[in-house]
Write a protein that binds this ligand. Structure first.
Ligand SMILES: [Zn+2]
Length: 246
């Protein structure tokens, strides 16, 4: 394949722009914000689940408390009813009076027990409510951290998009100066090796960093300037410049 030396040198510009695009793509994939967003998203999801669990527990306890308070009311109503009967004087037999008084006494004990239950539920409910509040605060803090990281990521991605578009447009201009067959070879090598063309610098291929033998250097010296050369070692297009050491 043949191409004017100036055209061959443009391959080095193209390779440099392609490396810049690779670096931009790498930066895009490895933004620290991405790892942070991933971590904070997981924390947020975990806290959101814990909030639901804690809210369910607090809700259950609120229902338990209402039920226990209703039980206390039922007993209190029965005590009031019995007390009224006692006070009314309608019960006259000594045995019935003793029975009524004994029932009132046991109802008072029952009321005391049920009030203990209410207090115990209230304590647990207070703890559950405090846990809900604490989890909501932590969840919202993580949401804020997450939003900030997302916002930083978006800004950085927008900058990278802009830079990438600029480099792409410069690359398109350079690629436009290169004949189709040479460009095709370059693209094929770039797909295979990541870099399609390398400079021969001071007797060394800058693609694979291997120093050429004296025989290889002599072959290159003898080659026509418009001959497209390839590195024997890495197969990349080897571009000669005044710095090649020929
Ligand atoms: Zn090489």
């Amino acid at each position: 394949m043949k191409a004017a030396p100036e055209v061959q040198k443009r391959l080095l510009d193209l390779a440099e722009l392609d490396s810049a695009l690779d670096r931009l793509a790498h930066r895009r994939r490895t933004l620290p914000e991405l790892a942070e967003i991933d971590e904070q998203s997981k924390r947020y999801a975990k806290l959101a689940t814990e909030v639901i669990e804690a809210e369910t527990e607090a809700g259950d306890l609120a229902r338990d408390q209402s039920k226990a308070e209703a039980d206390v009311d039922t007993v209190r109503t029965r005590i009031e009813r019995d007390q009224k009967r006692l006070d009314s004087g309608a019960v006259s037999s000594a045995r019935d009076l003793a029975g009524l008084q004994s029932e009132i006494a046991s109802l008072h004990k029952r009321q005391g027990d049920l009030e203990e239950v209410v207090l115990e539920i209230m304590e647990r409910r207070e703890a559950a409510d405090a846990r809900v509040t604490d989890l909501l605060t932590r969840r919202d803090e993580v949401r804020t951290t997450l939003s900030e990281a997302e916002s930083r990521r978006d800004t950085l991605l927008a900058d990278l998009d802009k830079e990438t578009a600029e480099v792409r447009s410069r690359r398109a201009a350079v690629a436009g100066e290169i004949p189709a067959d040479l460009l095709k070879l370059y693209e094929k090598l770039r797909d295979q090796y990541g870099v399609g063309a390398a400079m021969l610098q001071a007797g060394r291929c800058q693609g694979c960093k291997v120093a050429l033998s004296i025989a290889e250097m002599n072959q290159i010296k003898a080659a026509a300037p418009d001959e497209v050369l390839r590195c024997e070692e890495c197969r990349r297009i080897l571009v000669r410049t005044p710095a090649s050491g020929l």
